[in-house]
Design a protein around this ligand. Sequence first.
Ligand code: 4NP
Length: 150
Amino acid sequence: MKILMVCLGNICRSPLAEGIMQDKIKQHGLDWEVDSAGTGAWHVGELADPRSRSTAKLHGLDIDHQRARQFRAKDLQEFDLIYAMDSSNYQNIIRLAENDAEKEKVAMIMNEVKPGYNEGVPDPYYDNDGFELVYDMLDRACEKIVEKYK
Ligand code: 4NP
C-alpha cells in the first residue's frame, strides 16, 4: 500500500499526516509506504513549518527529515490512496486525474472519520493555535485508515 498525503504547501498539515502515518505503519509492522506533497510550489525543498515540527516532537514524532515537494499527475499512477486535507486540495488533485480509476484513489482524509461530511482539516498556517487540532484530527484519521486497510 502506498499512501500520499496532500495539502496546499506541504509544510504544515500533510507533513504531520505523513509523520503520524509513518509512526502507525511502524507500530503495526505494516509493509506500507507514505509520502506527502503540496498542490502549490511555493515551499518546494523547504523543511516542514517549525510549528508542525514542534507539534510532532510534542507527540514523540520526528519529521525534521521531510522536504516539501509539489504534487504531480504521476502521483495518481504511483500511489494507491491519495488523501486531500481539504476540498480545495481535493479539487486540484482530481483535476489532474486522467481516468476514473485515478479519481477513485482520491479522498478527503476526514471522510475516514466522518464519512460523507467532507470536513476539511483547517489550514493552520495563519493560526498559531491550530496545530494541535490538526494533529488530533490527523491522528484520528490515520488510525481509521490503518484499521480499514491493515
Ligand atoms: P499547508 O499550509 O497547506 O498545511 O502546508 C500552508 C502553508 C503555506 C501556505 C498556505 C498553507 N502559503 O500560502 O504559503
